[in-house]
Design a protein around this ligand. Structure first.
Ligand code: ADP
Ligand code: ADP
Length: 227
């Protein structure tokens, strides 16, 4: 049973090969950590799985259908309807309030402002952000901002949450708290998570780990991750 998978994906940037035949499958509800050294192709693999980048060759399948051959408008609709994103630097809109940032994916999907804000609000209590709803996101601490980014990633109840170094910009204690909340929220909602990290400490939260090296995916035994 597979929620999302990459089959033999090749992707280069000009002369630079980023993926050289990467294959990985993620089961529904699974939390998969993609590990590997800097420059090995982790982000490129995540972007291909998420329909942000198109492979040069190979296939991406989501929920039983091939999606890498969809045109940009359909891939964009797929991202909006089925995927959530959390990136290393939250990429919040600094002039908007925290609740407007959380509501953003709903607004982009056509939900009316009041309804979108109503749907955004419960996430503040859930993620320990009470009282910060109206704060401009440019005035949040790093940990608060990343929790807001997490809420924004989950507010549409995505089938798959893509998280690229979601705690990479935080100190280790704050990072662990954000990660705990990401995992708890994902488990509560049965969300499939694809988590990119180069930190073993972060990967320890996942159900399963794979290692990307030189643009290819290798399975990694759990004891290797934790040692
Ligand atoms: P990782 O996430 O493991 O650090 P990336 O997937 O970001 O690795 O990058 C893999 C390789 O592809 C690297 O050599 C990187 O420099 C290159 N690369 C990634 N994105 C781009 C891009 N937009 N333009 C040019 N080269 C890129
Ligand atoms: P890292 O190297 O840590 O992964 P990046 O800056 O490469 O950091 O990650 C952000 C990438 O993802 C950028 O290429 C950006 O264009 C893309 N991106 C970010 N958010 C979205 C989104 N919601 N939809 C499509 N592409 C996005």
């Amino acid at each position: 049973d597979t929620m999302i998978e990459a089959r033999d994906v090749v992707r280069s940037f000009g002369q630079t090969p980023a993926l050289r035949g990467a294959t990985v499958a993620v089961a529904p509800g699974e939390i998969l950590a993609i590990m590997g050294p800097s420059g090995s192709g982790k982000s490129t693999l995540l972007h291909c799985l998420a329909g942000i980048l198109v492979p040069d060759s190979g296939e991406i399948h989501f929920d039983g259908r091939r999606v890498d051959t969809l045109d940009e408008a359909r891939r964009s609709a797929l991202r909006r309807d089925s995927f959530g994103f959390v990136f290393q630097f939250g990429q919040l809109v600094p002039e908007l309030t925290a609740e407007e940032n959380v509501a953003l994916p709903l607004l982009l999907g056509g939900t009316r402002r009041e309804a979108a804000l109503r749907q955004a609000r419960p996430w503040f209590a859930r993620l320990g952000l009470d009282g910060l709803e109206r704060r401009r996101s440019g005035e949040l601490s790093g940990g608060q901002a990343q929790r807001v980014a997490l809420a924004r990633g989950l507010v549409t109840s995505p089938k798959v949450l893509f998280a690229d170094e979601p705690t990479g910009s935080l100190d280790s204690l704050t990072g662990e708290q954000v990660l705990d909340q990401l995992i708890v929220a994902a488990r509560e909602h049965g969300t499939t998570v694809v988590l990119v990290t180069h930190e073993a400490r972060v990967a320890a939260y996942a159900d399963r780990h794979v290692m990307v090296r030189d643009g290819k995916v290798a399975a990694l035994a759990p004891e290797r991750v934790l040692s």
